[in-house]
Structures are given as C-alpha cells and as structure tokens.
Design a protein around this ligand. Structure first.
Ligand code: ASP
Ligand code: MG
Length: 409
C-alpha cells in the first residue's frame, strides 16, 4: 500500500471518454489499497480558449481577472473526474487549489508557491476517499485566486506530493517518457528509464517540453522523485530523480533540438562591461532568457554582440534592446538569421573528457559548421543551420551510440 499522487494533463482528460479512462486507472490503483491523490489540468484547449475570449474583450486584461477566469478550466475537470469515479463506485471528492492549501504570492498569472499545507487531504484519504485536486491554481494571502503559470498543474502535483510526503508521484501525459532524442527525427531513439533532475531541466529547456521547467526545479529542491508516463498505455515511463552514481555509464543521455532560435546582432555599442551589463540586465528584467552569447571587438573602441533568443520573442527583445541603445547613445540591433539549437546533455559529461571532440567530429562528418556555442557542466549546445538540423541530430545520436547505451537505474 502506497500514497500515490498522479497528475493527468489536458489531453488525458480532453473529453468524457478520456475522463472515464482516467477514472478506471485511478480505480485500479485505489482497489489495490493505495491512497490516491489525483491532480488534473483543464481539458486540452480550454485554457487557450479562455485566454482568447479575454483578449477579445480587452487587449491587456487585468491579471487578477485572468486568474479568476483561467481557474475555471481545472474546476471543470476535478468535478467531472470525481463524478466519473462515483459512477464506478469509488468514493472521491474534489478540492480547489485553495482547499488543498496551495498558498502563493500575489503575482497573478505566474504566482509562486509560498507553502502547501495539503488542507484536509490526509483526513479524506484516511476515510478511504480518492482526492481530486485542481492543478495550476492557488490562493494568495489576500484570499485571491492565483494561477501558477502555463503548464502549472505539474507544479501542483509535485508540490502536493512533497507536502503530503507521497511515496510516488506520477505525471501522466501524452508522451510515454523522455527519449534520447525526438523519435520523429531519430528512429532508433530510446526511452530513458531514469534521468537526473539536471538532465531533465536541460532537456526541457532545450525543446523536449515534456514538463514545465519550474516543476522540475521544485522537485529537485524538495527532492521529490517523479515518473513521466503515458495515460494511453501501461508502459513504464522515465523516472526523474537526484543524480545517481549508477548513471555514470552513459556519458551523454540525450540530444535535444530547439528549432526556432533567432540570432540577434547588436552592433556598435561602447566596448565596456557596463554597456553589455545594461543590455543583459534589461533583457533579464523583461523576462527574456538568452543563452548563447558572443562578443567581438569592432572598430574604434566599439564592440558587437551576437546573442540568441527564441524567434517568437525577437520583436520584444528588439524593443528592449533599442531602449538600452537609446540610453547608451549608440548601437543598432537586427535579426541576423534563424537557426536551430542542438544540445547534448548528460551528467556523465562532468567526468568524461573528449565529449566536445566527439560532438564536433560528428558535425564535421556531415559538413555542419557552427559558430554559437555554449557549455555548462552537463550540456554543450551549438547553433546549426535549420536545414541541416535533423541530419545533425541523427549524426550526433549515432556518434554517442545513444541507441544502445543502457544506463543502469
Ligand atoms: N491548464 C493550464 C495550462 O493550460 C495548466 C496546465 O495544463 O498545466 O497551462
Ligand atoms: Mg502540461
């Protein structure tokens, strides 16, 4: 008998039949004598639909009203899932984020969790009930409904699992785990049985958007191991946990690709650290993350910066940088081409030399050149031409023999 938190995403509860399917899965676990807490998202598309309706009425809706609106998506699914469980003879009750004791700050639409009490969840579990919790929502100290940012139901599940000290936290989604590469690009990509939080974070931030990154950070901070698995089959998924020594066999765990990156050149700025700082401070304050950066010396004591932002954020970044340029008194900013970011990720890279050599040999063998490069302890990312991106992923996957390395979990 275990205390299990399960989270089902929007596609898993998209319609009545899928809600019935989730209810049946929950019942099976409950019948084995497990205590079950189930966190659900809104039906897929509902949150987007609500946002569209708000925007049709006001171009910049008040964020407090947005939260009031967006929270209803999850409230629909908790009630429906509870009813579906009642219909098959399982005692269940639904709880809003506030009722589950998800206390947040007041940053509407992107609130941060301050503390989680769990509310009366333990008492209801002791009565043998399944407790269904609305994901994505919380309550501020002012008793206002808040939401946790897009994809925030994952965070609810991890936070509740931490608060009630669950034995197991399972994130059910429409993919069945984390792969060594996107299986649509690499046919022999392999599902990873286990990966470290840090690897999951790097893979998630470089495109394999299986889960909200904040949730993984939260899980790491509170050491909540969790499993990512599919709600459409019974295959084991990928276990995400603290770095385990037994993973050291695999130097590189995966290759990720993020296609829509924009190269941005800021030219003719003063050649001093203060100018560069002003630009990055402004980008940071605007919530824009930049990960690849090159600074070159220009002529006459001026310098040029090349950096990357995701393509859909380019115009915003341009506006922010132009404001800084205005204050610096010189400079120009322009987009200088789209590229794809290829990253290799692995905790094993820390202790294995020669990883970069293998990566660049693989790229050279197919004639791929790359100028922007960034590294961390467990990641090397390079900019490649969009037209060559898929071929590059396949070459790198092959070079590191990711199809046949089996990390021991
Ligand atoms: N319904 C919210 C969203 O679409 C939260 C979630 O699905 O995790 O972002
Ligand atoms: Mg999601």
């Amino acid at each position: 008998m275990a205390l299990i938190v399960q989270k089902y995403g929007g596609t898993s509860v998209a319609n009545v039949d899928r809600i019935k399917n989730v209810a049946a899965r929950v019942k099976a676990h409950w019948q084995q004598g497990n205590k079950m807490v189930v966190v659900v998202s809104a039906r897929s598309g509902v949150t987007n639909e609500l946002i569209a309706r708000a925007k049709a009425l006001h171009s910049t809706p008040e964020e407090r009203e947005m939260d009031m609106l967006l929270a209803i998506g999850e409230q629909e699914t908790i009630a429906l899932l509870s009813m579906a469980l009642h219909a098959i003879g399982v005692p269940a009750c639904s709880r809003t984020g506030a009722q589950a004791g998800i206390h947040t700050d007041t940053l509407h639409t992107r609130a941060r969790i301050a503390r989680v009490t769990g509310g009366d969840i333990p008492a209801r579990l002791d009565e043998g009930k399944v407790v269904i919790v609305a994901g994505f929502q919380g309550i501020s100290a002012q008793h206002e409904i808040t939401t946790l940012g897009r994809g925030g139901s994952d965070l609810t599940a991890i936070a509740v699992a931490a608060a009630i000290r669950a034995d197991l936290c399972q994130i059910y989604t429409d993919v069945d785990g984390v792969y060594t590469a996107d299986p649509r690009i690499v046919v022999n990509a392999r599902k990873l049985p286990v990966i470290a939080y840090d690897e999951m974070l790097e893979l998630a931030s470089s495109c394999s958007k299986v889960m909200q990154a904040r949730s993984v950070e939260f899980a790491q901070k509170y050491n909540v191991p969790f499993e990512v698995r599919s709600s459409f089959n019974d295959k084991p998924g990928t276990l995400v946990k603290a770095n385990a020594k037994t993973m050291e066999d695999a130097v590189v765990s995966g290759v990720a690709l993020d296609r829509s990156q924009m190269r941005v050149t800021v030219s003719d700025i003063p050649d001093d650290a203060a100018a560069v700082a002003a630009i990055f401070n402004a980008l940071g304050e605007a919530g824009l993350s930049v990960d690849m950066i090159i600074k070159n010396l220009g002529t006459q004591g001026r310098s040029n910066l090349t950096l990357s932002v995701s393509s859909d954020q380019f115009s915003y970044a341009e506006k922010v940088i132009n404001t800084v340029i205005g204050k610096l008194g010189s400079g120009a900013v322009r987009a200088t081409g789209e590229f794809a970011k290829l990253s290799i990720v692995g905790v094993g890279m820390i202790s294995h030399p020669g990883v970069a050599g293998t990566l660049f040999n693989a790229l050279a063998s197919i004639g791929v050149n790359c100028d922007l490069i960034t590294t961390s302890e467990i990641k090397i990312a390079v900019a490649v031409a969009p037209a060559k991106a898929d071929e590059a992923v396949r070459a790198v996957h092959e070079a590191f023999r990711l199809h046949d390395i089996v990390p021991i979990g």
